[in-house]
Write a protein that binds this ligand. Sequence first.
Ligand SMILES: NC(=O)c1ccc[n+]([C@@H]2O[C@H](COP(=O)([O-])OP(=O)(O)OC[C@H]3O[C@@H](n4cnc5c(N)ncnc54)[C@H](OP(=O)(O)O)[C@@H]3O)[C@@H](O)[C@H]2O)c1
Length: 102
Amino acid sequence: MSSTVGSLTRQTTPGADTGPIAVAYAPSKTFLNPVTVQYAKELRDTNILINAGCPGFCATDLNGFRGVRTPQQGAAIAIRLATLPDDGPTGGFFDDAGVVPW
Ligand SMILES: NC(=O)c1ccc[n+]([C@@H]2O[C@H](COP(=O)([O-])OP(=O)(O)OC[C@H]3O[C@@H](n4cnc5c(N)ncnc54)[C@H](OP(=O)(O)O)[C@@H]3O)[C@@H](O)[C@H]2O)c1
């Protein structure tokens, strides 16, 4: 489970809403994204799909329940990625709106 705060594209797009500065958390997600790609490459010839997902800003322990989405809404992307068809994408980054730029 990644986060759009790990998207270097979003972080470097002027005017994009990327939340508060988080010098540990955001880079940890940025790092997770290419790890996702490497696993996808390693497992390309198997029936295992490897993707990163972002649940959106959800009210959980992580943020003192300040998130604007419910945990149930946040879980939707995990369920979608866990139930992709065999010919679904691998090595991608997604949220409820679709593809997230790396
Ligand atoms: N909430 C958001 O707005 C948001 C946005 C983008 C991405 N995310 C990502 O979504 C994921 C879930 O976030 P969350 O908001 O649900 O966080 P959370 O409320 O802090 O919950 C984290 C969960 O991970 C478990 N956990 C932590 N360390 C663990 C370990 N070493 N081994 C096994 N389980 C461990 C915790 O278990 P215990 O309860 O037993 O400690 C807890 O159930 C995270 O990767 C987060 O970065 C969250």
